[in-house]
Design a protein around this ligand. Structure first.
Ligand SMILES: *[C@@H]1O[C@H](CO)[C@@H](O)[C@H](O)[C@H]1NC(C)=O
Ligand SMILES: *[C@@H]1O[C@H](CO)[C@@H](O)[C@H](O)[C@H]1NC(C)=O
Length: 348
């Protein structure tokens, strides 16, 4: 956040609020050491080709949603274990009904037994913030959603932020910038519900009017189209596997997986762990781990954090109408403006 913007204009209060949260969540200048690739080096169009627009230098790409179609791209290879990452900027203004997804999956190869790791960004009506959720499926466990839902500590349509999924043999970490926001540590009890078959990376934008915003109450309004989602500084690391033959030599995989293991993003530092805790305490508003009505016994990977749990009802939703306590002290104008209002749940 630029300092200049803080002390001017009618909305300086909300800027200050966002600035404070970016300090709370920040882990300092610990950007990852990443090798970026061009679009054609790693990806191919998936659908809505006419709505996929490469930049002249081929290093960034825009996905458009208009009244005719959404669009998407897919990694040219599948990976068994990997790090999937991009700097992404989401559509601005009125984005109700829109879903922008950045995820790994193998549903095309394994229809009934697929694995999946998701970031799903859910648009909102004008003046209301984007939300997002993360999820995990293994071996076709689609009847056992593992959703967590969150707000963001910044406006994702204003600037690029890096969204990353790390998937190794031992754990999954979802990152925003250098902040780990969710870690799933594999354990034996998860069995095949821990993703364990090669997956591709997908990025899509599509019309999810029937569920994305307040349970489908607000639809996509094409008056505001095209909706543009932009991707750059693309990163694909891990062991690539030919999508058709699905074979790889053990030797190449062990090398690639060793590289993943020794990468800076594979270790959560003490500072990052604190940032993750703060993020989850302030910005998570639903977790399947606390949804006792749905899962009387939380799935085996759930680590029950008692401070975290205290904030949630037995439905896994926040106790206090979606706001956390510090909001009580905030002015009405501010709470209307920014990433704090939680009255509508985008899914239920
Ligand atoms: C960044 O990664 C590259 C190759 O992956 C490595 O050669 C380089 O030493 C790394 N830089 C730092 C600062 O760790
Ligand atoms: C995955 O699910 C299929 C179908 O339910 C089952 O036959 C298979 O054994 C499972 N795989 C593992 C590794 O458990």
């Amino acid at each position: 956040m630029k300092k200049k913007r803080m002390d001017c204009g009618p909305s300086s209060g909300s800027h200050l609020f966002v600035f404070l949260f970016s300090l709370i969540i920040s882990v300092g200048n610990a950007a990852f050491n990443l090798t970026t690739i061009s679009f054609d080096e790693g990806y191919a169009p998936l659908f809505g080709d006419g709505n996929l627009v490469r930049s002249p230098n081929g290093r960034s790409v825009r996905l458009l949603l208009d009244r005719f179609t959404g669009s998407g791209f897919i990694s040219s290879k599948m990976y068994k274990y990997g790090f999937f990452s991009a700097n992404i900027k989401l559509p601005a203004y009125y984005t109700a009904g829109i879903c922008v997804a950045f995820y790994t999956s193998n549903a095309d190869a394994f229809e009934k037994t697929h694995d999946e790791l998701d970031f799903e960004f859910l648009g909102n009506i004008g003046g209301k913030p984007w939300r997002f959720q993360t999820n995990l499926y293994g071996n076709g466990s689609t009847s056992r959603g593992r959703e967590e839902r969150y707000r963001l500590w910044f406006d994702p349509s204003k600037e690029f932020h890096r969204y990353s999924i790390l998937w190794t043999e031992t754990h999954v970490i979802f990152f925003i910038d250098d902040v780990p926001i969710r870690e799933v540590v594999r354990n034996d009890a998860m069995g095949s519900e821990y993703p364990s078959k090669p997956m591709s990376l997908y990025a899509t934008i599509w019309d999810a009017s029937n569920w994305a915003t307040s349970g489908g109450k607000y639809k996509v309004n094409y008056k505001y189209s095209p909706f543009v989602s932009e991707y750059k500084d693309l990163v694909l690391e891990g062991c690539p596997i030919d999508a058709i033959q699905q074979i790889s030599t053990v030797a190449t995989c062990s090398e690639a997986n060793a590289r993943l293991k020794s990468a800076d993003y594979n270790i959560i530092t003490r500072k990052q762990r604190l940032a993750m805790r703060r993020f989850r305490q302030h910005f998570m508003y639903y977790s399947y781990c606390y949804d006792i009505l749905r899962y009387p016994v939380p799935p085996p990977e759930c680590v029950i954090d008692f401070d975290e749990k205290e904030r949630f009802k037995d439905t896994g939703r926040l106790k206090f109408g979606g706001s956390h306590q510090s909001h009580k002290h905030r002015s009405r104008r501010r709470s209307k403006n920014h990433i704090v209002s939680n009255v509508d749940d985008p899914i239920m």
